[in-house]
Every structure is written in C-alpha cells, then in structure tokens.
Design a protein around this ligand. Structure first.
Ligand SMILES: [Zn+2]
Length: 246
C-alpha cells in the first residue's frame, strides 16, 4: 500500500552510487526512514538528489517495522534554500532537526510539530529572529513530546511566578522554574537573570527581549536537552559557539 504525505527531509545518507537512505519527518505519519532508489540519477522521480530540509509531497510504500519504506515519489517544493546562506541559521536548523529526530519515534505523528518545524525553517533568517524562533520551537517540541516545562510557577511548590521574586532558578530535574525557598533541594539548578525569568514566564515578551537574554535562555535549553537525552545534542556546540560567555 502506498501512503501520501507531506514530508521534510531531516537526514540523507548515500546508500550506493545512485541511491540514498532518507529520513523524513512527515505531517500525518511522523518520522519515517526510506530508501530512495535512483535518487542520485539525473532523471529520477524525486526532482534530483534529496538534501536535508528539502520538503514537499511524498509517496512511500508502507514498511514493516523491520524493513525500510520505499520512497516512490517526491515533489520538492522550493523555499528553504535561504537556510544555507547563513551558517548560524543552518546550524540552528540542523540542531532543531536533530532534536526532532531524537525526541520523536517512527510512525508517531505530530502534525502540529510538523507545522511549527516547517514554520521555524521558513522564518529562520536574521541572527536574532532565528534565535527567537529556535527558542519557541524547542519549547513547542517539549510540549508535543509530553515534556512541557513549568514556566509560570515554581515547579516544586507551585507558587505562581511573579516578577517580584528576588531569585529564580531553572532546574532540569524539576522540569521548570524553581523559587528561592525550594532551590536548595535542586543541585542542578541554574540561577536565571531577572530578564530571562520574566521572558520564560511570559513568552509573549520574547520578541522584544535583548540578545543577551535570548542567549541565556538558549544556553539553559541546550543544557536541558542534554539532561533529557543524557548527552549533548551533536549540533549544540555549534550553537554555543556563537554565544559569548558571560
Ligand atoms: Zn518553590
């Protein structure tokens, strides 16, 4: 049986002289791996070799879980080429793809996450905007996979966050903000600046946040994903490399 879906390539490996093994994040099916036979031939059913972040309508044969699916058609849509013109944007996009790949299972659909991922890639542009979109995307990914952090209250005692808190921390083990009264119990906590705490607890203000605050939040998120995955995401060092140490 053939399945039609919208797909976004998040991984492409050469398999032979003419074929590739590709991983698509699809809208209705979730993550799938497929063989694209003859994709590197000049004339193929895939509009040329398949690159990471190419997207469009795909058709693939159903796979059994032991066997790869076979990609039979791929109608590539233009539009994401600009990602490659800016190294920071490209690294952020590869980082986002790595997180999606690591935190979702094959054949487990997340249509909303698919939409926000595509939107993130389409909006990724100038450095600061890319950072804002990346932060929002990472938070929506956490929500989609059932790991939504608690950012409006202390994750431990549930006291609602207020801008008057003299100190505010983030803890991965608590999965959210931690107040001054509770911080002693969380050895992994990181103290947040006032700006970062205010921004995380009210994400509507993120677009107006200064770059220093955005960098601080991104660093915390990378550390959080490192805890979740039990290792740093491979692309993390490329993002951290652009963040000045304070
Ligand atoms: Zn507390």
């Amino acid at each position: 049986m053939l399945t039609k879906d919208s797909g976004l390539c998040i991984r492409a490996l050469d398999y032979s002289e003419t074929s590739q093994i590709v991983t698509f994040f699809t809208r209705a099916t979730g993550k799938i791996s497929a063989i694209a036979k003859g994709s590197k031939r000049p004339k193929s059913a895939f509009d040329g070799p398949i690159e990471v972040f190419s997207h469009g309508k795909i058709v693939f044969s159903d796979s059994t879980r032991e066997k790869l699916a076979v990609l039979t058609e791929f109608e590539q849509q233009p539009g994401l080429d600009s990602l490659r013109t800016n190294l920071f944007t490209l690294n952020c996009s590869l980082f986002a793809a790595e997180l999606v790949s690591n935190l979702t299972d094959e054949y487990d659909p997340h249509p909303q996450l698919f939409d926000s991922f595509l939107q993130f890639l389409q909006n990724a542009n100038e450095h600061r905007d890319t950072l804002v979109s990346l932060i929002l995307f990472q938070l929506s990914l956490l929500k989609e996979v059932g790991l939504r952090p608690i950012l409006n209250a202390c994750a431990n005692c549930k006291n609602l966050f207020s801008a008057d808190w003299p100190q505010c921390y983030f803890s991965s083990s608590a999965n959210g903000l931690i107040c001054r009264d509770c911080e002693a119990s969380f050895t992994d906590k990181i103290r947040l600046t006032k700006n970062a705490a205010n921004c995380l607890s009210n994400l509507k203000t993120i677009a107006e946040s200064d770059e220093k605050t955005l960098n601080e939040i991104e660093k915390i998120l990378i550390r959080h994903f490192t805890e979740i995955l039990h290792r740093p995401p491979k692309m993390a060092k490329y993002i951290l490399g652009t963040i000045p140490s304070s």
